[in-house]
Design a protein around this ligand. Structure first.
Ligand SMILES: C[S@@+](CC[C@H](N)C(=O)[O-])C[C@H]1O[C@@H](n2cnc3c(N)ncnc32)[C@H](O)[C@@H]1O
Length: 309
């Protein structure tokens, strides 16, 4: 049945992962590239489950007013899997994400919460923000991204992936087939490029500014991919905790100490736990650079470290 086109189907509520829920012969079909209320034909892409199938909207008979032309030429059914909602106007993208979060909170935690998704400061257009990218060179040596739920490759557009930070866009062609090319950009605009895990250009250590603080992170280490995310998350944590000097806090899965450093700067004694030894070294260094000597960072897996307490 996979590959067959069925419909027209009336599309219902949004689900996570860019899908909306439709029904075909009594069975749930999670449909990508559709919007609630639309009438669409669906190409089935995954019929391997009893309770639900997956598919892509390939013909739109009745379009939602919130449908728009995707800014990316390789977005769409069967194409790049990197973005879920390129066919949706930006305000509607945010509203749909809010609905997904509200539904999850309701279903998993029994919480009725009014959710609003706002752009982080500096991101009004929803493009050009992604500071860390991982590409695969295709058989022609062209940089490509994976198709949805597939290892098949979709070459990036001629001008590069539109959600990527333009400063970090590598040459599109001239790679060896199969190479994995990763790029990372820091807040000062330094760009590091790794090929098959080896750094080929740019600094080994990137410096990410978060408010008053600058944090060192390895070029291949974890950092929030949106340049506005780190500060937004720190602000939310500090607002929620309202920490007082002398208090103690855990920063579990602390990475290079994004939250630990912010708390330590306010006089909180932090115990960070992180499994990557490189990140642990950088977290310790970042805490020391913030003038903190009371906090500690333990290398290990959270479940095991907490069990030892
Ligand atoms: C999503 S990152 C968040 C890092 C940091 N809180 C931040 O926002 O920059 C998750 C971190 O958890 C670490 N990690 C993953 N599994 C872990 C585990 N079981 N125990 C400890 N750390 C883990 C990863 O190495 C990574 O640095």
């Amino acid at each position: 049945m996979s590959g067959a086109v069925v419909g027209p189907l009336r599309v219902g509520a949004v689900a996570h992962g860019g899908h909306c829920v439709a029904r075909y012969e009594g069975r749930v079909v999670f449909v990508r590239h559709s919007l609630p209320g639309e009438l669409v034909d669906v190409r089935l892409t995954d019929t391997g489950h009893d309770r639900y199938w997956r598919g892509d909207a390939v013909t739109v008979h009745e379009a939602s007013p919130e449908r728009t032309d995707p800014p990316c030429p390789v977005s769409g059914p069967g194409r790049c899997g990197g973005c879920d909602l390129q066919h949706v106007t930006l305000p509607a993208q945010r509203r749909l994400k809010a609905e997904v979060v509200a539904e999850q909170l309701q279903r998993l935690a029994g919480l009725e919460v009014a959710v609003e998704v706002e752009p982080v400061p500096g991101d009004e257009e929803g493009l050009g923000w992604r500071t860390r990218m991982r590409y695969h060179a295709d058989a022609d040596g062209v940089l490509a991204l994976r198709r949805h739920r597939s290892h098949d490759l979709e070459p990036v557009p001629v001008d590069g992936c539109p959600i990527s930070d333009p400063r970090g866009r590598p040459e599109r062609t001239g790679w060896e087939a199969g190479q994995v090319v990763e790029t990372a950009v820091d807040t000062a605009g330094s760009v590091s490029t790794l090929v098959d895990g080896e750094r080929v250009s740019g600094p080994a250590l990137l410096h990410q500014r978060v408010g008053e603080q600058e944090l060192a992170v390895a070029a291949d280490g974890f950092w929030q991919v949106h340049p506005g995310a780190a500060e937004t998350l720190v602000d939310a944590v500090l607002e929620g905790l309202a920490p007082q000097p002398g208090e103690r806090a855990f920063d579990l899965y602390c990475g290079v100490g994004l939250f630990a450093v912010a708390l330590a700067r306010l006089g909180v004694r932090v115990w960070g736990v992180e499994s990557s030894r490189t990140a642990v070294a950088h977290a310790r260094r970042n805490l020391a650079a913030a003038g903190d000597s009371a906090s500690r960072v333990t290398a290990g897996r959270v479940a095991q470290v907490l069990r030892r307490l």
